[in-house]
Design a protein around this ligand. Sequence first.
Ligand SMILES: [Zn+2]
Length: 286
Amino acid sequence: MAEPAHPYLTACPVGCKAGLTPTALVLPEGALQRCAECGQLLSRIGEDAYWQSMRQFDQREFNRPSPRELERRFKVARRRLDTISALLNKPPASLRVLDVGCSRGNFLAAGAKLGFYMEGVEPAAGIAAAARADGLKVHTGMLADAGFPAASFDAVTLFEVIEHLKEPLPLLRECHRVLKPGGLLVLSTGNTASWTVVAMQERWDYFHIAKDGGHISFYNPRSVALLAARAGFAAGRIETSRVKFHEKGEIARWRYVAGKLAAELLNLPARLTGRGHDMLAFLRRA
Ligand SMILES: [Zn+2]
């Protein structure tokens, strides 16, 4: 694919004024650009190709996990909700949690099961309707469309959303507005300052819009902290986890398994040094 003459992203999504320089990470649509101030990496995909790749999120078959995958997600959700409850020092029954970009509502269902009050917002109309049909409280549209009163939630979660956005700051400021003072914004995204990127470079699926639809903006712990500060959040806790060296099917199975074992051994050191490729940030509303 030739480089688009007009990439969708022309400035750092974190809100920096610094220039962008091409990196050695070359994707089909061109080399990723790096913000000189925060290290954010930006895709050179054109606007049409971006919107086309975002359409998958409203397809009837999108995001239907197997029972085993559902069980795994429930454990992840429980760990995150336990941390929210611990950081806010309140029991689940007294906490109102809003999940922005809730898809089919797996996280909402997990929270409800654990005794939290859960609400969701999802722009993909078909998926939002499917979540409501499962008995979940889900609003179709963007967060701003829901028109929540100020200070109406104890925690807002934003899982795997910001890497899709050209301008995440208005969304984070709206999260800030609907949060109670002292409330938490919990967000997850990939980490480009990870050993996974050191090892895999541009082979990491996360960079590929054809494999991970709509990914255009790639964060590191520093750029997440800057974004949070610019949206009015106090410095929070940023955790990273997991490392990998190969994508499944990329190489012979025995090499994949060997690489996976090595990656398991590096999980703990990656966690301790902030070099895992999954990033989870707990940000406090002042
Ligand atoms: Zn930047």
